[in-house]
Design a protein around this ligand. Structure first.
Ligand code: PMP
Ligand code: GLN
Length: 382
């Protein structure tokens, strides 16, 4: 079992110690809705402080259904919703609900750092299918080749952390078709469903495979409140019940005043979500423009808070991990190496940058990265 500290904790710790601009761990420094904060404060002061129902308060479970009907055209009922302590708990409960020791779960690499450790904690085996750059998609053939009689689930993440890509219709169609053919569960991590550049609605696998998909959401990303750790799963009632069986002994419940506030947040008008999308697009464009002007080569990003930079194409000779360790100490800017998302941790020439920051932070971070790119230490081959 892998030990050690997550890359996000590690890099944020270094950033604090060295007074660095933190473009590493994904959290915004702007854009949260004040009405939601007020609703949370009200709920604490007015008595929503004892154990709520195990599956979540009715107002939030209804609000989740209404939100998905309005924003994604998906019809669900509250008996399909279980509120969890963040998407992380939703992932743990879902994986443990469908995978037993010796079973296999298909993951796409690069993969969010929690997936493989959670699969292994369940006693199951992660089987990786590579997402192929620059579009970061997997073909039907590649997915089919990874399926064995022990496969129980396919875990997909769209929009995708860390690449910022969105699973296309071909990849989602292949996942739905193969899952039906081999009787697999689709665990669909959609925490970035509203952090999409542009106005297009998010395409959820739940719309393609309603009878076998566990859709995972998080208020952390929807409402820019990453520390709140309020998430949920949505699945057909029997599948939801299997997840609830695990959830009741993982965390049992999630703080009720935050549930009250998140219900209010999900009811915010479409204009709120349109405005935050525009804000993230402007932030991405600002960081990309400043770095491109400084000679950086960046990859396209269509969703999430992240954009990736190609070190080798930008003239940096260090591998991703070495660059990030040096940049936070010597240039005062924190980034995340893509190797942290690779199955074997092998070095890559890519780093992930978080653009969900106010203008001054983006400008300062870009200036420091531009200096790092041409620093003597970045030119040394190790
Ligand atoms: N899945 C993905 C793809 C994420 O990027 C994150 C956090 N950014 C999570 C899950 C965890 O979400 P939460 O903080 O709600 O546990
Ligand atoms: N999900 C956030 C990211 O990718 C951070 C999560 C964490 O710190 N564990 O940056």
């Amino acid at each position: 079992m892998q030990a050690g500290t997550t890359i996000f904790e590690h890099m944020s710790g270094l950033a604090r110690r060295h007074g660095a601009v933190n473009l590493g761990q994904g959290f915004p420094d702007f854009g949260w809705p004040d009405a939601v904060l007020a609703a949370g404060a009200e709920a604490i002061l007015h008595g929503h402080n004892q154990y709520p129902p195990m599956r979540g308060i009715p107002e939030l479970r209804s609000a989740v259904c209404e939100f998905y009907a309005r924003r994604q055209g998906i019809a669900t009922t509250p008996d399909q919703v279980i509120v969890t302590s963040g998407a992380t708990e939703a992932l743990a409960a879902s994986i443990m609900a469908v995978a037993a020791p010796g079973d296999e779960v298909i993951l796409f690499a690069p993969a969010y750092d929690a997936y493989a450790p959670l699969v292994r904690r369940a006693g199951a085996v992660p089987v990786f299918v590579e997402l192929v750059p620059p579009a970061w998609q997997a073909s039907a053939e590649a997915i089919a080749a990874a399926i064995t009689p022990r496969t129980r689930a396919i875990l997909v993440n769209t929009p995708h952390n860390p690449t910022g890509s969105i699973a296309g219709a071909a990849m989602l169609g292949a996942i739905a078709e193969l899952a039906a053919r081999h009787d697999l569960t689709i665990i669909s991590d959609e925490v970035w469903e509203e952090v999409i550049i542009g106005t297009a609605p998010h395409a959820s696998p739940l719309a393609l495979a309603a009878d076998r998909t566990i859709k995972i959401g998080s208020a952390g990303k929807l409402l820019a409140l990453t520390g709140w750790k309020v998430g949920w799963v949505v699945a057909e009632p029997a599948l939801a019940e299997r997840v609830a069986q695990v959830h009741q002994f993982l965390t049992f419940t999630t703080p009720p005043p935050l549930q009250v506030a998140v219900a209010a947040g999900l009811a915010l008008p479409d204009a709120y979500f349109a405005a935050t999308r525009a804000q993230f697009a402007a932030a991405r464009d600002r960081l990309v423009a400043a770095l491109t002007a400084g000679g950086w080569h960046l990859l396209p990003s269509a969703g999430s808070y992240f954009v990736m930079a190609d070190l080798a194409a930008s003239g940096v000779m260090l591998a991703d991990h070495d660059f990030c360790e040096a940049a936070v100490r010597q240039a005062g800017v924190a980034a995340i190496p893509l190797s942290a998302f690779q199955p074997d941790g092998r070095p890559t020439p890519f780093i992930r940058l978080c653009f969900a920051k106010s203008d001054g932070v983006l400008d300062d971070g870009a200036a420091r990265l531009n200096a790092a790119r041409v620093a003597d230490w970045a030119k040394e081959q190790r």
